[in-house]
Design a protein around this ligand. Structure first.
Ligand code: C2E
Ligand code: MG
Ligand code: MG
Length: 689
């Protein structure tokens, strides 16, 4: 029997095949994203149904494209079988390509099964025609159709697997092209299968009264188009929702992380630490165990930040966080409270000694260096330790007490640790109060200068004054520099305070001159932090010039121990000061292990003997005298004047005079005075007797 083909229906079958293939590719991408969820199973089932309908309807449209000179029809049950086969085969295909890695052997196996499946669907569909006598199949073409089905299935599986990653570039274009190729292969198989069929002459279609073929063609085409397009749209829509849900989940994750972890170091933050300590308190209360909090603050971090910049500061913090984490045991929490403050929570303490060992370990490790993080610097922390339950049973108390102990460690010379002791709290509280008092002391005018007179040793005349800073706080009262200068030094505020001292001293000098009093040289103390400022000399010079004061009227005092820290740099700075006419004195001499070689090279105007030695004149008998007269002789041989500080008794004064001490400073002859009182003193001194 001669069969002919309707070209349009053939083309339509190709389009349906390509659309079914595209749906398959899109679904493969979709399902891959879903992981092992319920949605994955739903999409596998739904997708398989849609794809099955697609492939099956392509087949039927292909069948309808043939016309035989006899009426044709299809048996409903057999047709349903072929549809079922198409769906099962589609499910299998989708399952294979979305299941992670696709090895060659598995691909081949799957391709063979799928090929047989498609062929099975096709020939079952042909059987639905119930031709009598039966169709004769040409064995070669029949074999070829199965070979094509297997090859097409294998290639299709491979393409679908390769294109399942929806994030590839041009994935849609690639899928459209692939779908077209796959469609061609499927239709190729179909028409080879048809070509293999030989309808014997005089055969009739036993199902001609089954389903009407034209009705079937229209319904099947519309139905399959509808299903495929709806499936595609659902897949797109679901992809977008999943994408959105994915982004929201990621964002929520990030927010949760930001709330719990410190962004710079990735360590738990204060909140997380607090929650953990609360839990540990709970469990320790139940099982009677003890734990420790090690509160750490980096030594000299402010200086690093100020002099090298914030990005270097950040690197230092990150490196420290990393190093600290490697010093603790697994399970101990390392957290960053903010700034340069870190906390280690040490659980299950057998004894306080465990905390001590940990603190010693951290300090030793930090000092030793040799880290792989490429940071050349060595940073050590000061560590304060509080223990549960002895030092507190709430998070706040434990942290506050560890902080107070940390301050003690700082005061004890940094790079060390201290256990909390009762009494530290008052010190810490006062330190905090002073810190906040310093905060607005400059703008609120809480600072003032006192001037302590210095007298000549030979004739007792007024020789000059030393400016001494006072902090007059409405709540804390009048504070001595020993109390607030170390705090201002630590916070860096001393730099600005120091500028104020220079300006205020100049203002006083000018005001005394304006009152007709004789010019008087005033000494100003410089702190270590000020001396580290690279532009110190120029800044000071600018202020003095602005205030219209002669540089010769100002002397700067540098403590001996500080001067010796970096002696070559001190020499440079001293000479820079001297070049502008400022004088320099070495303060608190005798406490700083001077090298005589450097002392000679400093070439300063004055050496101020520390109060300790002046006191020794009374307390240490002959030895005390010997030391002071040796210092004076040494200074004189280096062409320096000597000032004795802290002269409190007439006997000290008498001895100093016989030792040819050039100047005398101390409560005996004059306490530090307010500017007005010092003006009065100046006036008395110069008034003719
Ligand atoms: P310093 O430079 O050695 O100043 C002398 C200190 O000895 C002053 O203490 C002074 O009041 C005290 N003093 C003077 N004569 C006697 C005495 O006969 N007996 C006793 N017991 N003490 C005496 P003050 O004013 O408390 O200053 C302490 C330190 O604070 C100063 O020691 C100085 O190092 C520092 N300082 C003071 N003002 C400033 C300042 O403006 N800037 C900086 N950076 N440091 C300052
Ligand atoms: Mg001084
Ligand atoms: Mg002194």
């Amino acid at each position: 029997m001669q069969s002919t083909y309707n070209f349009w229906l053939v083309a339509l079958s190709l389009v349906v095949a390509a659309l079914a293939s595209y749906t398959a590719l899109d679904l493969a991408g979709r399902i891959t994203l879903l992981g092992r969820t319920l949605a994955r199973h739903a999409w596998l089932a739904g997708g398989a149904a849609a794809m099955g309908v697609g492939i099956w309807s392509m087949h039927f449209i292909g069948m309808l494209a043939i016309s035989l000179p006899i009426p044709l029809g299809y048996d409903l049950r057999t047709t349903a079988y072929s549809l079922a086969i198409a769906m099962v085969v589609s499910w299998f295909a989708l399952f294979i390509v979305t299941r992670g890695e696709l090895k060659a052997s598995r691909l081949a196996m799957a391709g063979i099964l799928l090929g047989f499946g498609i062929a099975g669907m096709h020939y079952t569909g042909m059987a639905a025609m119930q031709m009598q006598p039966g169709i004769d199949y040409d064995p070669v073409l029949f074999g070829a159709s199965i070979a094509i089905a297997i090859t097409a299935a294998t290639v299709a599986l491979w393409i679908a697997h390769t294109l399942r990653d929806s994030k590839q570039r041009y994935v849609i274009t690639k899928r459209v092209a692939a779908a077209f190729v796959m469609g061609l292969a499927i239709t190729g198989m179909h028409y080879t299968g048809i070509a293999a069929a030989d309808f014997p002459a005089g055969a009739i279609c036993g199902a001609a009264r089954g389903i009407n073929s034209e009705w079937l063609a229209t319904t099947v085409t519309l139905f399959s188009f509808a299903i495929l397009i709806v499936t595609l749209m659902l897949s797109r829509f679901d992809a977008r929702t999943t994408l959105l849900t994915g982004s929201v989940t990621r964002l929520t994750g990030q927010i949760v992380r930001m709330a719990a972890f410190d962004a710079l170091t990735d360590l738990p933050n204060r909140r997380t630490l607090t929650e953990r300590i609360e839990l540990v308190i709970e469990s320790s209360r139940r099982n009677g165990k003890s734990f420790a909090i090690l509160f750490m603050d980096l030594d000299g971090f402010k200086t690093i930040n100020d002099s090298l910049g914030h990005s270097v500061g950040d690197e230092v913090l990150k490196a420290f966080a990393h190093r600290l984490s490697s010093c603790v045991h697994e399970g101990d929490m390392v957290a960053r409270l903010g700034g340069d403050e870190f906390v280690v929570l040490l659980e299950d303490l057998a004894s306080p000694r465990d905390a001590e060992i940990m603190a010693e370990g951290v300090l030793a490790r930090m000092r030793k260096g040799a880290w792989s993080d490429g940071q050349p610097m060595q940073v050590t922390p000061s560590i304060g330790i509080s223990l549960y339950p002895d030092d507190g049973d709430t998070v706040d108390t434990l942290l506050k007490n560890a902080d107070a102990a940390m301050y003690e460690a700082k005061r004890a010379g940094r790079g060390t640790y201290r256990f909390f002791e009762a009494g530290m709290n008052e010190v810490a509280t006062r330190t905090l109060k002073i810190q906040s008092a310093l905060h607005d002391a400059l703008s609120s005018g809480h600072f003032s200068l006192h001037f302590q007179p210095k007298f000549r040793g030979d004739n007792g005349e007024l020789a000059g004054a030393e400016a001494l800073l006072r902090l007059n706080h409405p709540e804390l009262g009048l504070l001595a520099p020993m109390e607030f200068i170390p705090i201002a030094e630590r916070s860096g505020q001393i730099v600005h305070i120091g500028h104020w001292v220079v300006r205020e001293t100049c203002r006083q000098i000018r005001s005394w001159i304006a009152d007709g009093l004789p010019p008087m040289r005033v000494a100003i103390n410089l702190s270590p932090r000020q001396l580290m400022q690279p532009d110190l000399v120029n800044t000071v010079l600018e202020i003095v010039r602005e205030e219209n004061v002669d540089c010769h009227q100002i002397m700067f005092e540098i403590t001996e121990s500080v001067a010796m820290q970096d002696a070559p740099k001190t020499i440079e700075m001293i000479h820079a000061f001297q070049n502008h006419g400022f004088e320099i004195a070495i303060d608190d001499f005798g406490t700083g292990y001077s090298s005589l070689a450097y002392l000679q090279r400093f070439r300063v105007k004055q050496l101020k003997i520390d109060r300790f030695f002046t006191n020794g004149l009374d307390a240490d008998g002959h030895e005390g005298d010997a030391i002071v007269s040796a210092i004076i002789a040494l200074a004189h041989s280096l062409e320096m004047d000597v000032v004795a500080e802290g002269v409190e008794t007439p006997s000290q004064l008498a001895k100093l005079k016989t030792m040819m001490c050039d100047e005398i400073q101390g409560f005996l002859l004059g306490k530090p005075l307010t500017a007005d009182a010092f003006g009065t003193l100046l006036h008395q001194q110069t008034a003719p007797a």
